[in-house]
Design a protein around this ligand. Sequence first.
Ligand SMILES: [Zn+2]
Length: 354
Amino acid sequence: MASNPKREIDLSGFPSGTVTEYTTLVCLACIFDIFTKQLGLAPRTAFSEIKRHTPTIEELTSRTTMRPYFDSEEKHPHCPYCESGKRWLARFDTYCIEGRKTTDAPRRALVKKLPQSGEQFLFVDKKSDSRVVFFEWLDTLRLNLDLNDETWLLQATCNYLERRDPATNWQEIFGEVRTVRRSSRISQGWERGGARLFLPPTIYAEALLIQYLVSRSHAHGGLTSEGRLTLMELIRKLRYFGYLEQIGITEREPGEVFEKLIDYLASTHDWSRVTTASSPAHEKGVSAGKGSDRVSRSKKAAKKSSKKSSKSRKSTPAPPEPDEITTEPVKLHYLIDRRDFLEKVKSVYASYAA
Ligand SMILES: [Zn+2]
């Protein structure tokens, strides 16, 4: 849909992958019909009620919609329930911001900039957990990828690395990368040789896992940089890379291993702190790009996580101990843009009253 550029909300202050955008259309003809016919309100009362109306978070963010809400990719959408056109259709834009250390400041700055009057914007906070957030992120990733174009494997890896390490400008790095390889010469960070990007076995393992999760289907497994893999084959590879051992997964049963893997990937959401733990002298994989201050801070925080004492130092971002692989609570901050809705309700009411 065409959008008014003045209306655009500037999300550039947020680390990549921390904000999910949803657009839902609502048919005012349908909603008016519901308020007058089903709820029996007089037209005037109906309009003043409709003006106050805000869909639930579920209605705004669900991939499946119900009357009077619908999703449409069309330039000139029509209501799928009553065929009403443009004049009757209003749009809600919803932004879901993951509550994390790195999103607190940009979120406050954004809220400050938005108009506060007339309920043009609504703010809703919801408790969630790392697993739900992770699957939502995967879902969004899948929707944004074209699985018929094999460069999606690179794109998925890039998006995953952005989520894991927002301080590095991965888009720029991937601009020249054609293949991603596993390198056992490096244990942290990354290296690039021409069009090849080398990742340590553990990070490479996670990239495969993400690719698998994005493309998996029950019968044929998932597509990865290592070819199409069934869950069993994937787990065998991850074990061979030393990944399962590193993150403390000792289970043998594939289903249990898989569940632990998901919880691990989902719960280590502040991945940048883990990935930059390394000996700085040989660090090739820390860019001095836009987030260089953040890099140095996280590096300092990360220091060296020697295996034996990682538990005693609270601030040491070592990979979780086996018993720490659990779902973590996450706060989600929803921002609902009601401006288009308010305008449309007003204009529809004006034409009614006339
Ligand atoms: Zn309709």
